[in-house]
Write a protein that binds this ligand. Sequence first.
Ligand code: GRF
Length: 206
Amino acid sequence: MEPELPRKRIAVLASGRGSNFQAVIDAITAGDIPAICVRLVTDNPGAYAIERAESAGIPVTTVDFAKFPSKTAYEEALLAAMQDCRADLFVLAGYMRILGPEIVHEFSGRMINIHPALLPAFAGLHAQWQALEYGVKVAGCTVHIVDEGVDTGPIVIQRCVPVLPDDDEAMLADRILAEEHKALPLAVKLFCEDRLEVTDRRVRIR
Ligand code: GRF
């Protein structure tokens, strides 16, 4: 029998519904990812992700953006909350703010993000809408390592879906979301198994 891999500590940042967070929880529970999820950190006290964490027995830290006088003050508190997690990996699963350079630098190479487009096309907000407006025939999702830019870091995994003639934004988003729920747990698994090798922009999967 293969010896069990030591489990990594992961923490998740999410701002809303948390379906990607749930996909990661489910993969850990199923034994597919050698990790423990030590914390959900959210900027939104109304996030449904909080209920998901509570159901799974995962501690929650809320750093409520609205309660801070400035973005700088918020980022300081967020940084402290993240340091407190002592996590090997931070997973941005629908975290809807741009992280400041201090945080990106502090956790460099140890943060991944899921984006609902085939990067580098359609970075930023409303990616599925951008794809429809542009008229692409193939869309999808990307898991990437977080760097200082917006959705610009080295790409770990991409999965694609067709864009169908009668799609509206919600239909396309749903089709992409189903692939996100496969891509994100897989990327977390590969990280936790030490199987990602990053050279410049290229991520090799061992
Ligand atoms: C996903 O489409 C994700 O790619 C994007 O925001 C959405 C979050 O969905 N960044 P959920 O909160 O994981 O359900």
